[in-house]
Write a new protein. Structure first.
Length: 1333
């Protein structure tokens, strides 16, 4: 396409500074521009597709007509810079910084412990900042909804909500106190019910300076002038794309006539996504945002006219304003739209996506279109040929040519009519997660009755999420016209709809039977809503719905979450300067909130740096016949293509870094392309041609068992006499459980920067890892060097959860080999989809049980067979299966027990460590057995738990002695704090009254073994320097993953050296300062390194003793200066040899773990039996944390792990194709818990007065234990499902596999609707996805 080549200047402001871009490239997105060009690295990359919120910025524009400045949050990863002409961008750096001034939003988040790894934090800050710029005193609902689009994998959200609660216009209490008091009134000390000891409640610091709006950037007057003067078309030419922003509608129409194929990009949330997924590009893009007609908002006698360029947040605000002013009967469409607008996407997307874009891009599961269509909305179109109206009906949505808009036309505005008196309109959607998730199925339904009757005059039903477009049940509706609105009509309607709306067995997206069920479940709900409406309109003519039916109405609504945190206070005699035991803020908290915390990809580019992209296998198991890189090498900017042949030494250890002759999973890295830029490297990678020869893959556990494909030998534990046990049992039951895998979904993707030094082949490796030593070793051996040439540095990691133990070393090798070959620094930052594709996660689990028990509920024998899907290499699978076998007893003493464990070898990406190391799967398995026994005996679940729980001093299955006293203390305390029995009675009462909604409650005990089963893993080193000015530098082998390890180390150094925290600094973890560190994992990373730090500090303190003796009243600085004069070394290494642990698999005995940690959680939920949705009502957690070195950090770990557990057990589902390709590769398809998933009340109590003689200061490691307690939500849901099944007369010995997704919950609540859908016989079709567990 020929284009005039002179580009306009792109002018916008960033943080108050003017940016002029003379060669603006329309393909350049703001996120990358900020990070790479402007060096503003506070804005983070988390997914690149608008799903995580890490990249949130605020965009401010001036509306010259309304003379108003508008602020809106936006995902900079989807925002083309060319869309910013005339806009002011605020990034986290512009909100506040340590160098200038910290903004209250940043300060409160940090001081309320709202950050852990800190990677999501700038995005959180920006979402709230944009909200406060628009609403100085928002409601709590607005605050929560502002965070809908921001994901955090670490905190569990509660502290984030608490930190922002203080901005709300309602009472600014940071949490609901047990006493009902506001925590902001004054510090509160409360008495623990069980011990009478002083405990402390709440973690949020009440003393915050007020917000000072005068400190904010003012909107640049120059931009106001520009907005008033902007009358001419702007053109920006890029390498492949030209961006044209016309100044008038006529110009736009002329351009559309000239370039009919050019998209009109407004929010770019649809066009941008397609580009990301398919690398599609458009030669011309039209940007119609300066055309007043496209922003019109007016009302007519019949409805509202909304400009097509209005964003969805504006549409929401317009409707919210309009609805209360109109008679209710006119607002039914608007209310239906509002229902969706509250849950659709996150606030960023809602603020970017336009109404016109939504309508035209008409994704199959876009939510508004079915409602707009049934509401008979009309599109006001314009083209050079004139104006016309088109009905937004099913044919338009299906893209039928005669009903569609023409290539030369644009939608100027949309007319959304008022509803009529005898109209009923409803909107439905069900997604994997309540918010920020595309619908699985959505629907708009409308019926119009003959006035004053229930005779159908008009009926429309549309469904989204079924096929490639929104589908209409048009024929069914036509057949029902003239019918009365009664049960017979409903039955007929369900039958007709199921005949008309077909979902093939192999339909993309899977969940076929669930989707079919939703078709009719929605229809049923609509039927009832209409009946309810008829009764309200004509109470004498139409009966009120029965209680049973009323319970089907309405969706589950989440309230504003509240939290309680109770922990033991430090001893009253403790020096105020001594920070140990106090809730000290995360050492990097403020830096997280200001965006000044540096992660790998925030390191400035180094001279000559290359970018790296990888070519990954598209086959699960195949020989590599050839690799043809010739075309890739011809791509401009590509410097080299690196393969296994370029590795001078060892190509990985357990797993090959570069595949050699064979690929063993989809996603395995075959070669790497290094180029001058990321885009060039990616382009090169796409051009590499690989020829494969397929081999038979093994993908599932079932396949692996069939082929005896195992990674390790069987692990086995036997206790008592199992056969005799079964003989004497009253009853024996057998069953199975499947637990799906889990993605780590750390917010910072794997990243590495390698910089070869000029001398001696030395190399610096900056890497996001939990295991610096492994990186050093693997890189050294790959390059055939000694380890002393490789310096590995880790400042902090943006989340890891076990996922950055083994894999980062391979990524480092990939980059180091490329750097070695080219002699240039190489940066390798994985995109989210590549990260998820190439790395494994938590092991999918399959367990078979045979349990013998007495009628009184005592389990006397159990035979467990456990299998995990290890994937294609050994990785950590051996350890994980060992832990499953050792920990599967959880809190239960089973006198005769046999456990056998197998790690299956398959052609999936290698699964690896993940918080809890197999215990979350094993624990769920044994709890499933408990539930099965309770069901069989008819005893209450909590009674069966109590009967079987370890009591007093006892032996584990591997014959280790332990005392269960604290297990019972936690149990009793949790029963008490949660008010379990009276709430259980209330749940039962609720369930009696509600047929279609059920509540459930469950209390789950936990015995968690902390640490590793070998001493070797527990060793740790530290190096502490005291400088002449008295300042102290602490380093140790542990890595900051967000768990606050360095904060605790500083607290420990402060206590040991008796100096304030302000004297002590931590710089980085590095193999140059502390060698041979073990991986930071297993909950013990902090305490073992703490021992080493303590050791070093005590050595130094001792060395200072003579000086202190001579000058007892001297200051620290005096002592240090004197010590230096006396040539006393002020540097010491500290070392901790490790806890002595061992496990002998031959004798099946051992002291396998350093110590145990106990905890109990009680959760209550409500489920919607018609859709499978659930709501977490309340969770109480009692944790035996012993003496907490930092209660804020420990409670943060408990809550964060708990919510991650809730994710595993109820939400997160990985799909693999039958060919072994992972289909869930980003936040669009893989759902981790969001803010809407946390319990409305989350209460955490640290058990007071408990000791642990083994760990430093009598503490316990809190990193993992909270995770399993998320299973209390799983069992509460199961309880609710059981109540539904009981009422429906269904068998109660049913199995529910994990995760308990909306699909599984719905399908377990079998009813007339699940019965009426067509079922597919397994084996008769090729499913879209397979179960690998
Ligand atoms: C992370 C994420 C989450 C999402 N979640 C949801 C969700 O939960 N529910 C849901 O319903 N949707 C969801 N969406 C989809 C979203 O609603 C659409 O992407 C959005 O509405 C498209 O609007 P846009 O302005 O960004 O379109 P653009 O990407 O700018 O344009 C899309 C298309 O519309 C055309 N177009 C735009 N305006 C006009 C006009 N006036 N006249 C003619 N053609 C026009 C363009 O030519 C282009 O082809 C989500 C999207 C993302 C990225
Ligand atoms: S990086 Fe933009 S939303 Fe995730
Ligand atoms: S602190 Fe939120 S992702 Fe780590």
């Amino acid at each position: 396409m020929a284009c005039p080549q002179q580009s306009d200047e792109l002018i916008f402001f960033v943080n108050g500074r003017k940016v002029i871009e003379r060669q603006a490239d329309p393909e350049e997105l703001l996120l990358y521009y900020l990070r790479k060009k402007l060096r503003l690295s506070g804005t983070k990359y988390g997914c690149g597709i608008g799903g995580c919120g890490a990249c949130t910025v605020m965009i401010s524009t001036y509306d010259p007509v309304a003379k108003q400045i508008q602020h809106r949050p936006a995902n900079s990863c989807l925002l083309p810079i060319c869309s910013l002409h005339g806009a002011a961008v605020t990034t986290v750096e512009g909100v506040g910084s340590i160098k200038t001034r910290i903004h209250p939003i940043q300060e409160r988040l940090a001081k309320c412990h709202g950050s852990q790894c800190g990677f999501c934090t700038p995005g959180m800050v920006m979402s709230i900042y944009a909200l406060l710029r628009n609403h100085a005193e928002p409601s709590m609902e607005q605050i929560i909804s502002a965070l809908d689009g921001n994901l955090c994998r670490c905190t569990g959200y509660r502290p984030i909500i608490d930190s922002y609660r203080s901005f709300a216009r309602e009472p600014t209490c940071c949490q609901l106190r047990e006493t009902g008091q506001c925590c902001l009134d004054q510090e509160e000390r409360v008495c623990s019910s069980s011990t009478g000891d002083q405990t402390h409640s709440g973690l949020c610091n009440p003393e915050f300076p007020p917000v000072d709006p005068t400190q904010e950037f003012i909107f640049p007057p120059e931009l106001m002038r520009m907005a008033q003067e902007q009358l001419r078309t702007l053109i920006f030419h890029g390498k492949r794309t030209t961006w044209i922003s016309p100044a008038s509608l006529n110009e736009l129409l002329a351009l559309k006539a000239k370039y009919p194929k050019a998209p009109l990009v407004v929010g770019n949330t649809s066009v941008g996504l397609k580009k990301t997924h398919h690398d599609a590009y458009h030669p011309i893009i039209l940007h119609p945002v300066r055309i007043p007609e496209m922003y019109v908002v007016s009302s007519t006698n019949d409805g509202l006219v909304i400009g097509a360029a209005c964003c969805l947040a504006q549409l929401r605000d317009i409707l919210m304003e309009a609805v209360p002013k109109l008679p209710e009967e006119k607002t039914k469409i608007y209310q239906a739209l509002l229902q969706h607008l509250r849950t659709l996407a996150g606030e960023q997307i809602r603020s970017m996506a336009s109404l016109g874009g939504h309508i035209v891009s008409r994704g199959s599961n876009w939510d508004l279109n079915p409602v707009l269509s049934v509401g008979k909305s009309v599109l006001n179109l314009a083209s050079e040929d004139g104006e016309r109206q088109v009905l937004l009906n099913d044919q338009f949505l299906a893209g039928c040519e005669h009903a569609d808009i023409k290539p030369k036309e644009v939608i100027v505005s949309v007319f959304i009519p008022y509803s009529m008196k005898d109209d009923f309109i409803s909107a439905f959607r069900q997604a994997e997660r309540q918010k920020n998730a595309l619908s699985i199925v959505n629907s708009g339904m409308r019926v119009l009755f003959s006035p004053g009757t229930d005779i159908i005059v008009d009926l429309s039903i549309l469904y989204g999420g079924i096929g490639s477009t929104t589908l209409s049940a048009r024929k069914s509706c036509e057949k029902l016209i003239g019918r009365r609105w009664n049960d017979q009509m409903l039955s007929e309607a369900c039958r007709l709809v199921l005949e008309e709306i077909l979902i093939p067995s192999s339909a993309p997206g899977g969940r076929v039977e669930y989707r079919r069920t939703l078709l009719v479940s929605f229809l049923f709900r609509f039927y009832l809503e209409v009946l309810h409406g008829l009764h309200q309109m004509y109470p004498f003519r139409y009966a009120e719905l029965s209680q049973e039916k009323r319970s089907a109405l309405g969706m589950l609504q989440n309230g504003v979450p509240q939290g309680v945190q109770i922990y033991q206070d430090v001893d009253s005699g403790q020096s105020p300067q001594d920070p140990v035991g106090r809730p000290i803020m995360h050492q990097s908290g403020i830096k997280h909130a200001t965006g000044e915390a540096v992660y790998i990809d925030d390191i400035r580019p180094v001279d000559g740096e290359l970018s790296l992209a990888v070519v990954t296998s598209i086959r699960a198991h195949a020989k590599i016949i050839s690799i043809d890189a010739s075309e890739a090498l011809r791509v401009p900017g590509v410097v080299d293509v690196v393969t296994a042949r370029d590795v001078p030494g060892e190509n990985g250890k357990d797993e090959q870094a570069y595949a050699e002759d064979k690929v063993i999973c989809v996603g395995q890295i075959i070669c790497a392309v290094v180029a001058e830029s990321v885009t060039q490297a990616k382009c090169g990678a796409e051009k590499v041609k690989i020829v494969y020869e397929d081999l038979e893959p093994i993908l599932t556990i079932e396949d692996a068992i069939k082929h005896k494909s195992y990674i390790t030998e069987e692990r086995k534990i036997e206790k008592g006499d199992i056969e005799k046990g079964f003989e004497s049992a009253d009853e024996i039951i057998e069953g199975e459980l499947h637990v799906g895998g889990q993605e780590h979904f750390y917010l910072e993707t794997n990243s590495v920067l390698v910089i070869p030094r000029v001398e001696d082949k030395e190399m610096d490796v900056y890497v996001s890892t939990q295991h610096a030593t492994d990186v050093q070793e693997l890189v050294a051996s790959a390059l055939n060097l000694q380890s002393n040439k490789i310096m590995c540095h880790v400042k902090r990691v943006g989340g890891a959860f076990g996922g950055k133990i083994t894999k980062p070393s391979l990524f480092a090798v990939i980059a180091a080999v490329a750097a070695n070959k080219t002699g240039r620094p190489v940066r390798f930052v994985l995109e989210r989809n590549t990260d998820m594709l190439t790395t494994g996660g938590r092991h999918p689990f399959f367990g078979k049980y045979k349990v013998g028990f007495m009628n009184d509920g005592r389990i006397i024998a159990a035979d467990f067979q456990c299998y995990i899907n290890g994937g294609c290499t050994k990785d950590e699978s051996e350890l994980v299966i060992e832990y499953i076998v050792l920990k599967v007893d959880n809190a239960y003493s089973i006198p005769n027990l046999r456990v056998r464990g197998h790690a299956c070898k398959t052609n999936l990406p290698s699964n690896t460590a993940f918080r809890g190391f197999g215990f979350p799967q094993a624990g769920l398995f044994v709890e499933t057995c408990i539930v099965a026994v309770a069901t069989q005996t008819g005893l209450p679940h909590e009674k069966v738990r109590e009967i079987n729980m370890y009591k007093g001093v006892n032996l584990t299955s591997f014959k280790e002695e332990f005392d269960a006293e604290n297990l019972w203390k936690c149990w009793e305390e949790c029963l008490d704090k949660s008010d379990y029995y009276s709430r259980k009675a209330m749940v039962e009462e609720f369930n009696m009254k509600n047929y279609w909604k059920k509540k459930g409650i469950a209390i789950i005990p936990m015995k968690f073994s902390v640490g590793f089963n070998a001493t070797y893993f527990h060793q740790a080193g530290a190096l502490v320097h005291i400088y002449i000015d008295g300042s102290v530098l602490v380093t140790h082998g542990g890595i900051e993953l967000g768990q606050g390890i360095h904060t605790k180390m500083l607290q420990i150094a402060s206590r040991e050296l008796k100096i304030p925290l302000s004297y002590i600094h931590f710089c980085e973890t590095s193999t140059t300062t502390v060698p041979n560190g073990k991986y930071t994992a297993g909950s013990v990373g902090t305490e073992i390194n703490a021992r080493a730090v303590q050791d070093a500090c005590q050595i130094l303190w001792k060395r200072l003793e003579p000086i202190r003796r001579d000058n007892p009243n001297g200051k620290w600085e005096d002592w240090i200066s004197e010590a230096h004069k006396q040539s006393i070394s002020l540097s010491a290494t500290g070392y901790f040899k490790g806890y002595v642990t061992n496990m002998n698999w031959d004798t099946k005995k051992g002291h396998a773990f350093p110590y145990f940690l106990f905890g109990v959680a009680c959760s209550e939920v409500e489920i919607d039996c018609l859709t499978g949705a659930h709501k977490n009502i309340r969770t109480d957690i009692v944790m035996d944390a012993c003496f907490s070195i930092n209660p804020a950090i420990d409670i943060g770990q408990i809550e964060g792990a708990f919510i991650q557990g809730v994710g595993l057990y109820t939400l997160e589902e990985i799909y693999f194709s039958p060919e072994g390709e992972q289909l869930t590769l980003g936040p669009d398809t893989y759902k981790i818990p969001a803010i809407c998933d946390i319990p409305e009340q989350i209460r955490v109590y640290l058990l007071p007065n408990s000791c642990n003689s083994i760990a430093i200061y009598s503490s316990k490691g809190m990193g993992e234990a909270g995770f399993f307690l998320g299973s209390s939500v799983f069992f509460a849901i199961r309880d609710a499902v059981a109540a539904a099944r009981k009422e429906r007369g269904l068998p109660l010995d049913f199995t529910l596999n994990s995760p308990l997704t909306v699909e599984r919950i719905r399908m377990a609540c079998d009813d007339v609707f699940t019965e009426m859908i067509p079922k597919d016989k397994p084996g008769t079709y090729k499913p879209w996805a397979i179960n690998v567990d």
